[in-house]
Each structure stands twice: as structure tokens, then as C-alpha cells.
Design a protein around this ligand. Structure first.
Ligand code: 13P
Ligand code: SF4
Length: 365
């Protein structure tokens, strides 16, 4: 991945005061309006997301990118895998830009193509057919292509249930990566018993499992996780319930099983937003997801009590890499006729990765 390719924007940008940065972004956005679409993931900081033409979770933004045919430049305020997905789903004349190349997703980095190919090969020796690979959208394009080539699909936090249901109807077993927790939480909701779920440790032959266990299991869960959502603990749920028995708890499905089970609701960032916004005034919420989204919900719902589930700062540091000054730098370059930080997925990866994404859209709409 090209995360280290971010060029230093220099003092001409770094020394600007925030007010003039925001004013300049606003006027560049106006100037480029015919050609420009800015997408913003729900975890983006306020100073950036205010410029997004469309906000949303991974699925909503992927759908929006796919449906946008007329904009030449798509500036993606989110993380690397989201910009790659947008590039795969858009046409050749469209250019996807990530304002800071260092905005990766640590979970997506927890599985490489080499590791996956090694795991798949050892799995295929024990189970020669009937395994359907499913990758969470938080993964590199090369993994999506691997899945596309082998009859599998991508899933997101909002359609994992439907996609896994489809996968089990298609094959006897499922290989799910890289988020162990999303996999376990979804399988549990589908009624799959724990003894049929095996954790796959990426650095061990057969994922650290015996051949007998592999033959018996229904799903293999890669042991990747989100560094932000793993910070929410069952003790936090207990603490809030003790402090206020009326409080409602909602968490993202990247949280560990015990947290999701103890919560009242769980779902994608878009579902969290909708659920909290639609409750009556006076409702109290402890939310287990990234802090920028929690803070935004607090501001948008002054008539409700809203807090983070964790007492610690659960910030996605890579999402936070997209600072207004980098957005300004990218737009300045576009206005000068120069495309910086283009995210381009080349063939032979793009075609099979698109296939895996198209399967997802065909299954979940
Ligand atoms: P959503 O698709 O729910 O927005 O999740 C993306 C993500 O990275 C959560 O950590
Ligand atoms: Fe990746 Fe977690 Fe950040 Fe989402 S919140 S982008 S899964 S590290």
C-alpha cells in the first residue's frame, strides 16, 4: 500500500490559520462544483465532514460512488480501502483522491494477500471444495479480487447478515476475514453454534487448528480486529447500567461479542445515527463507536443525553489523518489542473474485485 507516499504539504499550508483554511476550501468547492464530489465517512472530524456532499457508512458511500457518473473528481474523506472501493466502482474518466495517503485502516492491514493465499492453500488441502470466501469491505482491493475469483462476496457492517446467509446457502463452509468480531456477532445472530466457529490465527498452519476441527467447523474467522472498537469492554456496559438503569446502549458490530450481547442494539454507523436520531427527547444513550461520530450525535441531539460507552478517547487515528489542510491542498492542486493522491486500482485486480462488490450489491441491494 502507498501509505508512506504522502508528500509533506509544507509551511505554506501548515502555517495557515483554521479560519482561512476553511474559507479557502469553501470557495474551491464552489469553483470546482461541476466536476467535484466530496464523500465523507461518518467518522470524519467536524471541520472536514461539513464539506461532504454525501456522508454515510461504507455501504452507503460505495453505492453513492457507483451511482455518480458525471463527476470527474471524487475526493474521499475516509480511509484507503474506501477510496479504493470507490475507484473500482467508478469509470475510467473519474479520479478518486484520498487527501492524506496515511489514512489507512489498521484492521485492513491485518491480512495480506500472501497470508490469505497461504491460509487458503492449507485449508484447501483439508477441505478441497465447498468453502465460500467473504471479505469485510475493510480490506485491500487485492483481497476483494481474491474473493471475486473464488465465487465469494464483499460484505459491510450493514449487510453482513444477508451476505453470510447467502454464503452458507452456497457452500458448506465460509472463510471470513479480516474481522473476527463482525464474523462472530453475525454468525451468532444467524444461529450458528460456537463450536462451529473456528478462529483462524494468521501466523499458524491451518490457522492453529487441527484437521479434524477444520473438517467439522462451518466458519473460519480470521483473527483481525478494529483497534478502536476493541477498546469497548463489557465492564463499560455494566458501569453505565449501574449508573443509570434507563440508559440505552448501542454499539458497532466490530465490538467484541460480550459487548454486543450486553448492548440493547448494534449496527453500522448509519444504523447508529438513525436509531439515536429517531428516539424521543430525553432518551439517554451510551454509544460504542468512534468518538467523532458520538460527539456529532451529541451536538445534533441537545435534548438527549449522549455519551461514549468508554471513559477513554476512542478515536480512529487514521480517519483523523484527513485534516482540513490536506483537503485544501488536494483541492488547490485540482484547481491548478493537477491530481494529487490519486487512488487507482489497476488490472488484473480491479476486475475480480468489482465482481466481489457487484455480488454484494446483487445480494443486498
Ligand atoms: P461502517 O460501514 O459501519 O460505517 O463502518 C466502517 C468502519 O470502518 C467502522 O469501523
Ligand atoms: Fe479501521 Fe476501526 Fe478505524 Fe474503522 S474505526 S477505519 S475499522 S481502525
Amino acid at each position: 500500500m502507498s501509505l508512506l507516499l504522502q508528500q509533506d504539504v509544507g509551511p505554506a499550508y501548515q502555517d495557515l490559520d483554521e479560519k482561512s483554511v476553511l474559507q479557502r476550501i469553501q470557495s474551491l468547492k464552489k469553483r470546482l462544483t461541476e466536476k467535484l464530489l466530496i464523500l465523507g465517512h461518518n467518522y470524519q472530524q467536524e471541520a472536514v465532514i461539513q464539506f461532504a456532499d454525501q456522508t454515510g457508512d461504507s455501504l452507503k458511500l460505495a453505492r453513492y460512488a457507483a451511482a455518480t457518473k458525471d463527476k470527474e473528481f471524487i475526493v474521499f474523506c475516509g480511509v484507503h480501502f474506501m477510496a479504493e472501493t470507490a475507484d473500482i466502482l467508478t469509470s475510467e474518466f473519474q479520479k478518486v483522491i484520498l487527501p492524506d495517503m496515511r489514512a489507512g485502516c489498521p484492521m485492513a492491514e491485518m491480512v495480506s494477500l500472501e497470508e490469505l493465499a497461504w491460509a487458503w492453500e492449507s485449508l484447501s488441502r483439508v477441505v478441497p471444495k465447498g468453502v465460500v470466501p467473504i471479505t469485510y469491505i475493510n480490506s485491500a482491493a487485492s483481497l476483494k479480487a481474491f474473493v471475486g475469483d473464488r465465487g465469494g462476496s464483499v460484505c459491510t457492517s450493514s449487510n453482513a447478515h444477508e451476505i453470510l446467509q447467502w454464503a452458507f446457502s452456497k457452500g458448506e463452509k465460509v472463510f471470513f476475514f479480516p474481522d473476527e468480531h463482525l464474523g462472530r456477532n453475525t454468525c451468532y445472530s444467524l444461529g450458528i453454534p460456537f463450536e462451529d466457529m473456528l478462529v483462524w490465527q494468521r501466523d499458524k498452519p491451518l490457522g492453529g487448528n487441527s484437521a479434524e476441527d477444520v473438517k467439522r467447523a462451518k466458519i473460519f474467522l480470521w483473527n483481525g480486529y478494529c483497534t478502536v472498537h476493541q477498546m469497548f469492554r463489557p465492564e463499560h456496559v455494566k458501569m453505565w447500567r449501574k449508573r443509570d438503569p434507563d440508559i440505552k446502549i448501542i454499539v458497532h458490530p466490530e465490538c467484541m461479542f460480550e459487548v454486543v450481547q450486553a448492548a440493547d442494539y448494534y449496527g453500522s454507523t448509519e444504523k447508529i445515527i438513525k436509531t439515536v436520531n429517531e428516539t424521543p427527547r430525553g432518551t439517554k444513550w451510551a454509544i460504542g463507536t468512534e468518538i467523532n461520530l458520538v460527539t456529532r450525535l451529541q451536538k445534533q441531539n441537545p435534548d438527549k443525553f449522549i455519551t461514549s460507552l468508554s471513559p477513554f478517547q476512542c478515536l480512529c487515528a487514521t480517519m483523523y489523518r484527513i485534516k482540513p489542510v490536506y483537503l485544501l491542498w488536494a483541492l488547490d492542486n485540482l484547481a491548478a489542473g493537477k491530481v494529487v493522491n490519486r487512488i487507482k486500482v489497476e488490472e488484473p485486480t480491479a476486475g475480480p474485485a468489482r465482481l466481489a462488490l457487484d455480488r454484494m450489491f446483487a445480494i443486498s441491494g
